[in-house]
Write a protein that binds this ligand. Structure first.
Ligand code: SF4
Ligand code: SF4
Length: 148
């Protein structure tokens, strides 16, 4: 089997070039790579703005966004206490719920770090949707420490 010297030299040239160029990787999680302006990540709900109209749930193509009554969480602009509930791992981040919402209460954010140890924890009710991932992680840690 003959090996092309030209091919070897080309590969060698690429290797040398890479040695002196800026790395394309970052030290995650201390650093993160730039996120596109149009990136669609974890859904957030502004509970004060949500009127419980169900439009987001009706627009959701795969039934990820379901409506749920949360007893005791009725408010002046949401008298039935009816709120969206989203399973963030079933969600395909299409953004249709955000598009149809008449009050801009539900929207997608650049957050992509949603890690849990239990599958059931990915099903977020309105209260969880209204919090950031950092807040939810902090609450989870406190619960864990309390149980030890
Ligand atoms: S982003 Fe799309 S899939 Fe996800 S909850 Fe909204 S409508 Fe449903
Ligand atoms: S999030 Fe928007 S579309 Fe969904 S129930 Fe609330 S107000 Fe209606």
């Amino acid at each position: 089997m003959s090996v092309s010297l030209v091919g070897i030299l080309k590969s060698f040239k690429q290797t040398i070039k890479r040695l002196f160029s800026k790395p394309v990787t970052v030290h995650y999680p201390e650093e993160t790579a730039p996120i596109s302006e149009r990136f669609r990540g974890r859904i957030v709900l502004d509970m004060e703005a949500c009127i419980g109209c169900t439009l987001c749930s009706q627009a959701c193509p795969n039934g990820t966004d379901c409506m749920q009554v949360i007893p005791g969480r009725e408010q002046a602009n949401n008298k039935r206490g009816l709120w969206p509930r989203v399973n963030v791992v079933q969600c395909m981040y299409c953004g249709l719920c955000e598009e149809v919402c008449p009050t801009d209460a539900i929207f997608l954010t650049p957050e992509f770090r949603t890690s849990r140890t239990d599958r059931g924890e990915f099903d977020y009710d309105a209260i969880q949707l209204s919090k950031t991932e950092a807040e939810l992680t902090m609450e989870g840690q406190k619960e864990l420490e309390g149980g030890l």
